[in-house]
Write a protein that binds this ligand. Structure first.
Ligand code: WT7
Length: 636
């Protein structure tokens, strides 16, 4: 079994093998990596507990696979090309040799500051090379990284640090994003007021904004790096030792820490990177995601580096200094593979073709889409104007919990179909089920998307709370991993993901729980209760619509002011990405007699479909629906 699939026949053969003999299949794929000790059993699993272990007893270090083993053949090949926020600032290209050297140095800085194998390290940084270096440095010494996206608030950082009991934080003074300068260290300082587990903060200089540096706790990264050598042997890790924690939103409660482990994560991200994008040596891969999300972990850092690829790391935003920034980067670095989100495509579509046409995009060979369903119009614009109808589009469906892509075309191999993620990758066994968990067989059907067999990248646990993992993913349908997505399988057996069927929103490709936003809104003074739903948004995919009951309605004659304060509260509690797009004040919410909010009705109203609200007879007070309908914020 070759690591890289080259034809559709080979895909079908690999798929058949992976289903008939998953252990044999993945054992062959895993031979392509460097293991310190071979595994004793390829897979052990049950979905009841759940307990999934891949490559049991195998020993490795993922950074030896991402760095050391490439030194013989490609030491001088670029591993990371860093493109700064400001196109006039000089970028940085790190070859594999340089990256290896810097990761070892950073790892020694961590060790010097008391980090040992198994410790948790929080990373809150802008998209600079040191972010990727910090991630790999943790992996080098067996520390578990927990990267927190730079857009999250101090409160969100504190929650994540406390949940994982992080010992050290890596951050920077500030960050550049478009024309804005954003504080980072100050936000970390605010978080740390509530984080007794943190003993050290390592601070990178990026913006040179004044920051407070607390004696005995805070150290400058540059000074620390001067104290260490580049000699840092990799820690030997068990295949099932934790590699990282990444927090993601669910339908209830606070975000949960999704745990991935060393062996399976490495094998799965590398295999999917190579095959989905059909990566060939020397190609330049540009994934526009932030390393603060799973897409960045898997397809900027680990997947590409494990395959010896060249990966572009971009600090800025698509629309600054102008809306041609992506095309400028493609042109400048001769990018061959561009991997971005539908929300970015839709936003750039709105600016017309001037900036697209003034850049040379002829280096492009493969286009990828990720994070949310791509609508037909965006798909065609991407195909026509960016790919010039000669680059296959891979619409990759996956989740934080899956580590890597599960359903996607293989570039140039699988026949694509606009808006379809097409077919499962080898090792992936999707099933559609109805509400009762009955499998819906055959084609031309739709249902809830589940997986009936583990793949090496499947979530192992939610940090510190295994029961929550079972509850969230393995309890809805017995014996299955439930994705939370709705899906249709057409007559050709092609899969099309239709979106979340739970209370999780996808706003500009960012995953946000309605409960989280409600909790934040409810913290605002004068708010009695709130209900949050998603509604279709032209650019963001989904917008956030909040229905809010305020205390003493009459006193709030200045509703606009209160709305702004609510937005400020949400920003402060979660981060600006969770700010509602619309806030409607109401005097009541549609509830059943048992007190459950009927979100179905609120969703319909937010979508503007007030004519067809379905059965409202079980409502405690049907009158409230009329009032909400009349005050609905449609088209504003
Ligand atoms: C949710 C996972 C995949 C990494 C980035 C997001 C939605 C993701 C697609 C796609 C339709 C998609 C799903 C999924 N989603 N990719 N190609 N087509 N929907 O990871 O934050 O864990 O979100 O994003 O709803 O469940 P995430």
């Amino acid at each position: 079994m070759n690591f890289q699939i080259r034809t559709f026949d080979e895909y079908q053969e690999a798929y058949r093998y992976s289903v008939e003999d998953p252990e044999g299949f993945w054992a062959e794929i895993a031979q392509n990596f460097q293991w310190r000790k071979p595994w004793k059993k390829t897979l052990q699993w049950n979905f009841e507990e759940p307990n999934v272990q891949w490559f049991v007893g195998g020993k490795l270090n993922i950074t030896e696979n991402c760095l050391d083993r490439h030194l013989a053949e490609r030491a001088d090949q670029p591993a990371i090309i860093w493109e700064p926020n400001d196109p006039n600032e000089a970028g940085v290209t790190l070859t594999y040799r340089m990256l290896h050297d810097q990761v070892c140095r950073m790892a020694n800085v961590l060790k010097r500051n008391g980090v040992v194998k198994g410790d948790r390290v929080c990373i809150y940084m802008p998209m600079v090379p040191e972010l990727a270096i910090a991630v790999l440095a943790c992996a080098r010494i067996g520390a578990i990284h927990s990267v927190v996206f730079g857009g999250f608030s101090a409160q969100s950082i504190a929650d994540r640090i406390n949940d994982a009991q992080c010992k050290l934080v890596i951050t920077s003074d500030g960050a550049y994003r478009g024309n804005k300068e954003i504080p980072m260290k100050e936000t970390v300082d605010d978080a740390l007021v509530q984080c007794p587990s943190v003993q050290r903060v390592v601070v990178l200089t990026r913006t040179r904004t004044p920051v407070s540096m607390i004696k005995g706790r805070d150290v400058w990264m540059e000074q620390e790096l001067k104290q260490v050598t580049a000699d840092c042997p990799a820690e030997e890790m068990d295949a099932e030792d934790m590699l990282f924690i990444l927090y993601t939103s669910g339908s209830t409660g606070k975000p949960k820490g999704v745990v991935h482990t060393c062996g399976g994560y490495m094998v799965y991200t590398a295999y999917t990177f190579q095959n989905v994008f059909q990566y060939n040596p020397g190609q330049v891969h540009f994934c526009t995601a932030d390393i603060g999300w799973i897409t960045g972990h898997s397809y900027i850092v680990y997947g590409p580096l494990a395959c010896g690829a060249t990966s572009v790391l971009f600090e800025g935003v698509p629309t600054w200094p102008d809306n041609g920034r992506f095309w400028d980067i493609v042109d400048k670095h001769q990018v061959n593979i561009l991997y971005t989100a539908p929300t970015a495509i839709r936003s750039l579509m709105g600016f017309g073709l001037e900036k697209v046409e003034s850049h040379d995009l002829s280096s492009l060979q493969v286009l990828g889409s990720v994070g949310e369903p791509i609508n037909e119009e965006a798909w065609h614009w991407y195909d026509d104007h960016i790919g010039k109808n000669r680059c296959p589009i891979v619409d990759t469906w996956w989740q934080t919990e899956t580590a890597g892509t599960l359903i996607s075309p293989l570039a140039g191999i699988t026949k694509t179909k606009p808006t379809y993620a097409t077919l499962p990758l080898p090792g992936v066994q999707p099933v559609l089920v109805d509400e009762n968990g009955q499998e819906i067989v055959g084609n031309g059907v739709s249902g809830n998307l589940c997986m009936k067999f583990p793949w090496p990248g499947i979530i192992r646990t939610t940090y510190g709370d295994h029961e929550r993992c079972r509850q969230a993913y393995f309890s809805t349908y017995k014996g299955l991993y439930f994705t939370g997505d709705g899906c249709l399988r057409d007559e050709d057996g092609y899969y099309r993901i239709t979106g979340r069927v739970d209370d999780v929103l996808n706003v500009s490709g960012h995953r946000i729980g309605t409960a989280e936003v409600e909790n934040a809104i409810n913290m605002h003074t004068g708010v009695v209760e709130s209900a949050v739903v998603g509604y279709p948004h032209d650019i963001k995919g989904q917008g956030i619509y909040a229905y809010v009951i305020a205390e003493n309605q009459a006193a709030h004659n200045d509703n606009e002011l209160m709305k702004r304060d609510i937005l400020a509260t949400v920003s402060r509690v979660i981060g600006p990405i969770a700010k509602p797009d619309k806030i409607q004040f109401v005097t009541g919410l549609p509830k059943t007699r048992s007190g459950k909010i009927m979100r179905r009705i609120l969703r319909k109203i937010a979508e503007g479909e007030t004519g067809n609200l379905g059965d409202t007879s079980t409502l405690l007070d049907p009158g409230v629906v009329e009032e909400i309908k009349n005050g609905a914020l449609i088209g504003v």
